[in-house]
Design a protein around this ligand. Structure first.
Ligand SMILES: Cc1cc2nc3c(=O)[nH]c(=O)nc-3n(C[C@H](O)[C@H](O)[C@H](O)COP(=O)(O)OP(=O)(O)OC[C@H]3O[C@@H](n4cnc5c(N)ncnc54)[C@H](O)[C@@H]3O)c2cc1C
Length: 393
């Protein structure tokens, strides 16, 4: 090893996950040298090609604990630094059909089983809360705990706050990691296009590129694959919506077992369940489709069109707003549906924080907290067992 400099921790990947890990490390280790590397710009990949719904998921007690803690930490981050359009709108799960309507009390019970509350709204109550929605909608479930953020500005807020806690925290865009050095089963350095950094700890937080970077570290093929999502945003006219909105079927579609084989890139015709977010400047962000098709980021016009039709079904005046931009982001989908957060077994100093699929913004704060708690030997705020990367070893 011929290292030109050294760091206590090198975080690889400057997306929302890497930035949150850096923030939490900087807080817990205020005099240590922490360097965040990204081959592109900070928040230049999935974390700027996504939506910003902070979602509490009641799918199971463990997932509720993880997401609830994370969304709480987002509120605290807003109080500590702000600057990322934090808007605690709550979420409305919208019904369209009788089948959807039957799902509302089921979801309400899931929240209740987790010790929280959500309210079933009749059409009148729904209209009072969201006057811009179609008048024939049969009802909705309102959950107060969710919110919306602008993820790319949140990444820089996390780094700025981290630097307030630890002046030695540095972010280096334009630096690609090309390899690792080991000695006696321990990480000793991270090799980059701008030189080698001696370090005892490397965190791989590379989203859909995590398997490729893990391979450079000698790990087996990690089960994280890209899942594409098409998005559209309207012009900054007054948006017809105030709340984070989603079809109630979204939970089944997005969090249920994928219908297609995630590893086959040409077998998935894709699907959609609408998700709409009011933007602080007045526009409306509309998603969200899901399709496994490798690293392809071309728009699937047919799928996007279907998803926009659903949005107009719920908020008819959206049809009058021009769409100013459409794009595709790649969710890092973990095949067993749980993110990987923690140490890689058998190699001291190698850590993984990745595979959050469509919940990476929501779960970024708890991911940074959990990884830091594990690295510094503190008690974890949430049981980390389901997320330990060792299950893929
Ligand atoms: C359409 C869509 C909608 C979404 N909506 C939501 C939502 O509403 N709420 C929510 O919670 N989540 C949402 N998500 C999910 C969320 O965006 C992701 O889970 C999250 O952004 C992943 O962050 P990340 O830091 O893991 O990955 P990324 O943001 O992709 O960051 C990884 C970084 O690693 C860098 N990198 C890769 N290889 C190297 C290397 N060799 N050397 C150095 N750097 C490297 C890349 O340049 C990249 O910047 C959505 C995603 C999509 C696509």
């Amino acid at each position: 090893m011929n290292a030109s400099e050294s760091a206590d921790v090198v975080v690889i990947g400057g997306g929302i996950i890497g930035c949150s890990v850096a923030l939490h490390l900087a807080r817990a280790m205020p005099t240590s040298r922490v360097i965040v590397l990204d081959r592109g710009s900070i928040a230049g990949a999935t974390s700027s090609s996504c939506m910003g719904h902070l979602m509490v998921t009641p799918d199971s007690a463990a997932e509720f604990a993880l997401s609830h803690r994370s969304v709480k930490l987002w509120g605290e981050l807003n109080e500590q630094i702000g600057g990322f359009d934090y808007n605690p709108t709550g979420a409305l799960y919208l019904a369209d059909t009788a089948e959807d309507l039957a799902l509302l009390p089921v979801l309400q019970k899931q929240f209740a089983d987790c010790g929280d509350r959500a309210q079933v709204l009749d059409p009148k109550q729904l209209r009072a809360m969201e006057p811009g929605l179609a008048h024939d909608l049969p009802g909705a479930l309102f959950y107060r705990g969710d919110g919306v953020v602008l993820p790319m500005t949140a990444c820089s807020a996390m780094l700025r706050l981290g630097q307030r806690h630890n002046a030695r925290l540095q972010a280096r865009p334009g630096t690609t990691v090309t390899g690792f050095d080991y000695h006696g089963g321990k990480v000793t350095a991270v090799k980059t296009t701008n030189g080698t950094i001696a370090t005892g700890n490397a965190v791989i937080a590379c989203g859909v590129w995590t398997p490729a970077v893990a391979k450079l570290a000698g790990l087996p093929d990690l089960p994280i694959v890209p899942r594409a999502g098409n998005l559209a945003i309207t012009a900054h006219h007054a948006t017809p919506i105030r709340t984070q909105l989603l079809e109630v079927s979204y939970i089944r579609f997005a969090h249920g077992t994928a219908q297609a084989d995630p590893r086959k890139t040409n077998a998935d015709t894709g699907g959609h369940a609408v998700n709409m977010q009011p933007q602080s400047l007045g526009g409306c962000l509309i998603g969200s489709t899901r399709q496994f098709r490798g690293m392809d980021t071309t728009i699937n016009r047919e799928l996007l069109h279907r998803s926009l039709q659903r949005a107009i079904r719920y908020a008819p005046s959206l049809a009058d707003l021009p769409i100013v931009r459409t794009w595709v982001g790649l969710r890092p989908y973990s095949i067993d549906k749980h993110p990987l957060i923690g140490p890689w077994p058998g190699t001291q100093g190698l850590w993984i924080a990745s595979g959050h699929e469509g919940l990476g913004i929501s779960l970024s704060m708890i991911t940074g907290e959990l990884l830091t708690q594990q690295m510094t030997g503190q008690q974890c705020s949430v049981d980390p067992t389901p997320y330990l990367p060792g299950r893929c070893a």
